[in-house]
Design a protein around this ligand. Sequence first.
Ligand SMILES: [Fe+2]
Ligand SMILES: [Fe+2]
Length: 369
Amino acid sequence: MSERPLLLFGGSFDPVHGGHLRMASYFSRRMGYDVLLLPAGSPRWKKTEAEGRMRLLLLELALSSLGEEGIQIDSRELLRPGESRTIDTVLSIQKDYPGRPLALLLGADQALRFPEWREAERLSRLTKILYVPREGVEVGEETKERFHMEEVPYKGAGMTSSTLVREIGTLDLPEPELVAIEGHRLYRWGEVAGMMGERRYEHSLSVAHLSRQIASYNRLGERMELLAYRAGLFHDLGKDLGEEEERALLLGENIPAGMPHYALHQWTGARLARERFGEEEEEVLDAIRVHCTGDPGMSPLAKILYAADKIDPGRGWDSHAYVRAMMKDYERGFLEVLRANREYLEGHGGERNPMSESAFRAYLGKEGE
Ligand SMILES: [Fe+2]
Ligand SMILES: [Fe+2]
């Protein structure tokens, strides 16, 4: 590292997300600091969801995908047993980097309560206290003066939070980190994995990524990318249920007569997405409800999910032409997938179902009759 001043950027990082990374990058590039990301230990009073080692791994993955030399991870708080006092951390860093000016980064809430911190005066003599403002949080002039606090003119924090990441409410995190969260079955992903076998979990992840990518290539916007990912991840939640649970979940659902058993999981899946995972977006629920059979009135998301499910490269047939068609223009790609599916069902004497039949008629016209 250079001789630039050091910025101590602590947090739970449970997990680290795009908002953290953009802020660290701002301090490194624009403010001239070398940034030390200091993941906190797991004190008993503030339980983190992921273990320390896992949070560290996610940080390392996120950071290496960022490729910024001015940002490093410092794991001393994480590895120290018990609760870490900021003053101890500062003293120990001072020892490791003799002569380097130090700054301590606080959130607005922390700045507000800073006078109550242990050895606050001493901390403010050893480091320059910086804080990021937040709307609705007013740090008093007296506090600012007393501790020589400086407000940082940073506006790029955005809406991302670790809670949102854990709840699959945002995908604002580097891809390698997301893949690690999925693979290690952390946060909500652990619950999804717990409801199905290994292969189905792999399939769900694959459909989630493929759906998101289709939304992205078709420029449907960030919100649609997130909804497409969730629809893919949740779509087969209802597939491994016992008979009784299935029957209970189907109560009150409006299922057309003559539906074969294999199609029922589209209704149970939607129910489970809402009840277990708090999925409130009707677009996602509707898409899951027709992902297996299709339907005459499908939304863009429903078309994407229907196709992604059928052409998942993990299914073991050569679907790449369809994948390419979906990426180029999902409306046309969907028609190709639908046509192929009809041919497949006819060729294999597959069990007919009224919803697929009416979808074929609606989208493929006469040839569907
Ligand atoms: Fe399915
Ligand atoms: Fe599926």
